[in-house]
Design a protein around this ligand. Structure first.
Ligand SMILES: [Zn+2]
Length: 338
C-alpha cells in the first residue's frame, strides 16, 4: 500500500508512523485499528506535535553541521567537479491529500492547506538567513510553478538550482502579511545533502547525493565533533564517487579499501570544517561497542579495530599539518576497482 506523498518531511513522519505500527503489532493478518476515544485523539495530536518538533530539532542540528562541512570543503569538492549552489534553506510542499492524521498538526503550526510550500528550516549564517527568511514562512511565489503539475517536487533542490541563474525573489506569507525577500547570492557548496531518518538503528550511509543519518546515530554521538566525523566519512563517499549505482540500478557494494579512503578523506573534511579531531578514532570504538560484528570486519567493511589504528595515524598526520600551518589537503590514495 502506498500513500501519495509530495513532501519529504511528511514522508519521513509517515514512514516512522508505519514503522511504529509495525513494531507495536506486526501481526501477519492486520486487524483494523480500533477507533481512538476523543481524549486519545486529542492526545494523539499532541504526540504528533512532539514528533514534529523532535524531527525539526534533529534536522536543524544535521543541517547546521552538514552546511559547515559542505562550505568548508568546497575547494576540495570543486577539484572533483562535485559542487552546487545553496541558499541554505529547506522547504517542503504539502497538500491536503497527504495525510489526514498529520494535517491538523501542520495546519496548526504553519497554516498548511492545499498546495502549501513552507520553509521548514533555515541554516544560520546561510544566504537565506542573511536575507531574513524564517522557518514557517509560507512561500506563495518563487518563480517556478509548484503544486499544479501533479508531480512530486523537491522544493529545496528546485530553489537551489534556480539560485544558480540569479537572485531569487520569494513572496512569503508571514503571520498573515505578505513579505517579499530577495536572496542575492547563493553559496557554492559540496554537492551533497543531509537527511534525517527516523529510527533507533545506529546507522549512517551515503547514496551518491545524500548523507542519511538515523536518530540512533545522532543520539549516540551527541557531541557535534563526534557526529562530524561520521558526516565527514559519508560525505567523502559521495564526493569520491564511491556511492553509485550499477547499470541495473543497484548500489555498488563498498569495499574495505573504499571505506579506508572515506575514513582518511572524511577526517580531513571534518578537520577543515573546524571540528576538533582529537577524539575522532574513538568514534569507531564506540561504534564497535554498538555493533560488535564490526570488530572482526567483513568483505564490505574493514575491522573496526584496524579502523581505529588507521584513524590514529591519519589524526596524527592532520594534527602535525595543523601545528605546522600546512594546508589540509588529503594525500591521494590508490583505491582498486574505481
Ligand atoms: Zn562507509
Amino acid at each position: 500500500m502506498r500513500t501519495p506523498l509530495s513532501s519529504p518531511l511528511l514522508g519521513r513522519l509517515l514512514r516512522v508512523l508505519l514503522a511504529a505500527l509495525c513494531l507495536a503489532a506486526c501481526a501477519p493478518a492486520a486487524k483494523p485499528r480500533p477507533e481512538l476515544t476523543p481524549e486519545a485523539t486529542k492526545e494523539a495530536e499532541l504526540q504528533r506535535e512532539f514528533a514534529l518538533e523532535s524531527l525539526l530539532e534533529r534536522q536543524d542540528r544535521l543541517n547546521a553541521l552538514g552546511y559547515t562541512m559542505i562550505t568548508a570543503n568546497e575547494p576540495l569538492c570543486r577539484q572533483r567537479g562535485r559542487v552546487r549552489k545553496s541558499l541554505g534553506l529547506t522547504a517542503d510542499y504539502f497538500n491536503t491529500r497527504d495525510s489526514k492524521e498529520w494535517l491538523p498538526v501542520l495546519s496548526k503550526k504553519w497554516g498548511v492547506g492545499e498546495n502549501t510550500i513552507v520553509v521548514t528550516g533555515v541554516v544560520p549564517g546561510s544566504a537565506a538567513a542573511k536575507a531574513g527568511v524564517l522557518r514557517g514562512d509560507v512561500i506563495t511565489s518563487m518563480g517556478v510553478k509548484a503544486g499544479h503539475t501533479g508531480k512530486r517536487l523537491n522544493v529545496t533542490q528546485e530553489m537551489d538550482d534556480m539560485s544558480a541563474k540569479g537572485p531569487v525573489t520569494l513572496k512569503l506569507l508571514r503571520a498573515g502579511k505578505t513579505v517579499s525577500v530577495t536572496i542575492p547570492a547563493p553559496v557554492d557548496v559540496c554537492d551533497s545533502r543531509f537527511v534525517v531518518r527516523i529510527g533507533d538503528a545506529v546507522n549512517a550511509y551515503a547514496d551518491g547525493k545524500n548523507v542519511i543519518v538515523t536518530y540512533g546515530i545522532m543520539n549516540l554521538y551527541s557531541k557535534d565533533e563526534d557526529l562530524a566525523v561520521v558526516l565527514g566519512h559519508e560525505l567523502a563517499h559521495n564526493i569520491l564517487g564511491h556511492a553509485r549505482k550499477d547499470e541495473s540500478g543497484k548500489m555498488v557494494p563498498s569495499t574495505p579499501e573504499k571505506e579506508a579512503e572515506a575514513d582518511a578523506v572524511g577526517l580531513y573534511f571534518t578537520a577543515r570544517a573546524g571540528f576538533s579531531i582529537e577524539n575522532a578514532p574513538n568514534v569507531w570504538r564506540r561504534m564497535a561497542a554498538q555493533n560488535p560484528a564490526h570488530i572482526r570486519g567483513s568483505l564490505v567493511h574493514p575491522s573496526s579495530a584496524s579502523r581505529f589504528v588507521d584513524m590514529e595515524a591519519i589524526k596524527n598526520e592532520i594534527m602535525q599539518r595543523q601545528a605546522a600551518g600546512l594546508p589540509l589537503i588529503p594525500k591521494p590514495r590508490v583505491v582498486p576497482g574505481q
